[in-house]
Design a protein around this ligand. Structure first.
Ligand code: NG1
Length: 409
């Protein structure tokens, strides 16, 4: 049976292509609860999928053409032929997120069959809620299924993380993994290299509030450069710490990854080695990454044990570390986090890469309305009424990962 959403999409599809769509592909956005800028260092994260998502009605074609229209007038239709080495659209063009999975699946699985599609999304763009990975997953899942590529959710998620790098951001794999593999009612601890996922139920009386600052952190501009720079700094810090440890005879060979360093030295040993080996700037980046990984481990215990206050404290500490050591917060994110706490949240932090986008706050069910009202009235009422729509601040529902299914005719 079609949901009302499917009905709208089916109509739009028929109006554009003069026939009915046969399938629906969808993938949710995510909010990361804790573990920021750890994924590309192969250290764990703790996100959950959102009730907001990208949905696409489609009909497979017999040739290799992809034709895709976006219900939002902001995004012009895209059309291209599936092949390895698909020419890119201009930097920042949404078509690159459609071409990315097609290019990657063509190169690795030789897929050749395209589709006609119409797509809608209720995820805000460039807000740290992974609208880009939800789009990549929606397209990638559809292309994999209609070309009969045999890959389970985790394998597909890893492929999509590689695919998204086509767009120019050297991202980690968190977003694609949670969007592809999430379980309703659960957050997930995700580990990398190799990708692993373990589902943790979200206590029934906990509420995560997502609040958009309205400041876009475009992954094609300055935010992309700042993100890629952070990643290089982390690699450099690891290399210097490793070489210093080897030079002193404390390790036989430099650790190849952050998990290897932590396995050899533990959290405190790694922090001490960083203090000895790094200059002030690199030490800040290194300290954030190592302490954030430790916070993720504790947060999994807090979630599993229902320790709301403990989880709130970890979220506060994460924000502080992102603000002062990793330097990816902004005045608007800091304001949102402060207002959330003043409104009754037990903890709050920026979520996603930072530089703008959203904050996430934790509150007990009984206090959540006050937190939401505080953020709407104290943050958004101070700004233009046009921007202050109710969906700028919403309560996240831990949702199911991506799916692909036939539409009833
Ligand atoms: P956002 O801000 O949602 O695009 C980015 C990366 C993640 C992760 C976070 C920081 C992509 C697609 N996503 O998320 O992998 O590194 O920043 O924790 O690059």
């Amino acid at each position: 049976m079609s949901t009302p959403d499917d009905g709208v999409l089916t109509k739009a599809f028929a109006a554009r292509y003069g026939t009915r769509p046969t399938h629906l592909s969808r993938a949710p956005g995510r909010v990361n609860l804790i573990g920021e800028h750890t994924d590309y260092n192969d250290l764990p994260v703790l996100p959950m999928a959102l009730q907001r998502e990208v949905r696409m009605a489609l009909r497979p074609r017999d040739d290799g053409l992809v034709r895709l229209a976006n219900e939002s007038a902001e995004f012009e239709p895209v059309e291209f032929e599936i092949q390895p080495g698909i020419p890119r659209s201009a930097p920042g063009h949404w078509g690159n997120y459609v071409k990315a999975p097609a290019d990657h699946l063509a190169a690795h699985f030789g897929i050749r069959r395209g589709f006609d599609g119409v797509l809608v999304s209720d995820l805000p763009v460039a807000s740290g809620l992974s609208s880009s990975s939800a789009l990549v997953n929606t397209i990638g899942l559809a292309l994999a299924r209609l070309n009969e590529v045999e890959a389970g959710p985790l394998e597909l998620a890893a492929l999509m993380a590689d695919a998204e790098r086509y767009t120019g951001t050297r991202g980690g794999g968190m977003d694609q993994a949670i969007s592809m593999g999430a379980r309703a009612g659960h957050a997930a601890r995700i580990d990398f290299a190799p990708l692993r996922m373990s589902h943790v139920p979200v206590p029934a009386e906990w509420r995560f509030v997502v609040a958009d600052t309205g400041v876009r952190a475009e992954k094609s501009g300055a935010a992309q450069r700042a993100y890629n720079t952070r990643r290089e700094e982390c690699e450099r810090a690891l290399r210097i710490v490793g070489e210093t440890l080897v030079g002193r005879g404390e390790l036989p060979t430099p650790p190849a990854s952050y998990p290897a360093l932590l396995a050899a030295l533990g959290f405190d040993g790694a922090l001490a080695a960083g203090r000895d080996a790094l200059d002030t700037h690199l030490l800040k980046r290194f300290r954030h990454v190592v302490t954030e990984a430790r916070r993720v481990e504790s947060a999994v215990d807090m979630l599993a044990g229902g320790d709301l206050t403990g989880m709130g404290e970890l979220m506060d500490a994460s924000h502080e570390s992102l603000r002062t050591d990793y330097e990816v917060s902004s005045p608007e994110l800091d304001e949102m986090v402060t207002l959330a706490r003043e409104g009754g949240a037990v903890g709050a932090r920026l979520t996603g890469a930072g530089f703008g986008g959203c904050a996430v706050a934790l509150a007990p069910a009984g206090a959540v309305e006050e937190v939401v009202t505080a953020l709407r009235e104290r943050y958004w009422a101070a700004r233009s009424a046009r921007d202050a729509s109710a969906d700028r601040v919403f309560v996240a529902a831990p949702s199911e990962g991506a799916s692909y299914r036939a539409l009833s005719s």
